[in-house]
Design a protein. Sequence first.
Length: 497
Amino acid sequence: MKKTDIHLKNLVKMNKNLPLPLDDKTRILKEIYQNCDDVIFHPISSNNASLLLLYISGLTDDTKIDENIISPLLKTDLLHFELDVILTHVTNVSNTKILKSTLEIIDELSDGNAVLFNDTENTAISFRISKYEKRSIEEPQAESVVVGSREGFIESIGTNLSMVRRKIKTPSLKMMQSESGTYSHTSIFISYIEGIAKPEIVEEVKKRLKTIDVDAILSTATIEEAIEDTWYSPFPQVQSTERPEVVAAGLLEGRVAIFIDGTPFVLIVPVTIFTLMQSPEDYNERFINGTLVRWIRYVFIIVALLAPSAYVAILTFHQEMIPTTLLLRIAQSREEIPFPAFLEALLMQVIFEVLREAGIRLPKQMGSTVSIVGTLVVGQAAIQAGLVSAPMVMIVAITGISSFLLPQYSISVALRWIPFPIMILSAMMGLVGMMLGVILLVSHLCILRSFGVPYMAPLAPNDPSLLRDVFIRVPLKFMKKRPSIYTSYNLKRRKEG
């Protein structure tokens, strides 16, 4: 327990080591846990010896307490109940720990363990028999694939660590524990492969995690905001995933994974924008199919960013670029529209985003129906009312569908809002304004860093040897080296080559 509230800190400071008499121990612990009715004080008396068992109901396995601690203590015929004797000759719990301070006792109780005291020693025994309710391993919801693993992380950090251990079976896979949150004391594990990951990146991750000073770690967002390089950027500089194979692949590239207790998502650093645009399914399909799908994704990401802006710019300033027949049809459809193209596009984009958010927030059974029906009804009604033209509805629909191609939700959110400022520049200066917006966007991406790794690598700075896994997905037998942007150690993936 590194941080705690003022009242508890004062109590612990006054009673760093518990006194010998059991009554005094009980009084001090009851003062610490006053108004905590879920904390159970269970006295045990046997052979003129007095013991106290302390645990938190709901966090500890009651069955194991009865079978492995209380029942053996009541049945024993020992005359002396020193803690080491109880530990070696009486109880049946293998995972135990001797506690020497009040801080350790509070930590063990908060983790769901049972603590046993006697009346002759100022130490205690912790029996690690915690029990948490947790959901079963299910298919990831945010990163679904057609071909690939069907298991995803859950809220139990122990289960998540074991899922990665099953995929990387080597002692070189390190799992280092830390703790954060003044009140939550959330367990955080830093994972990396020794001999592949750069030690300086591992140390930088540790350093940034130590600087976190918050009441509680309730989600990965708290960690992500605290450790990213540029907090004001809309682009995520940390990869978040709920798929164990993605974490395993990242570790094998020399990256560092951060596991947070209580959340089904794991953070991976460093990261580039091209990594965020790749899907696990790219490597589960044949390399030709993976390359084609990746190119479709890149093309339609550009469509999602620039389609409304290009439509506004061309229709407002550069009508000569439109074929005459098409221009006449667009003019005919806009004949009764009272708004300029910019306001028309802005109105439809905002309506689409509102419908998308409503579809997410509504119950699962209603969300998809409301979003689809709402989009169709609102779009058709807007056309018939003369508020927007049919070409604009089509442009916004294509833009919205294109944004769904991004496999990472965090970056897809960023790309939902970036078209708005570009569209404003296009309405002011035409295609020149649109290109200015693109230049500003690319410049911003080029200055971003994720733990020292350029966000646009390996395109900027350019590394031709790594581009083959960016724009194309080469066959796995030709991917003989790890990405040098993440590590400079043990670059060879295979013995040959």
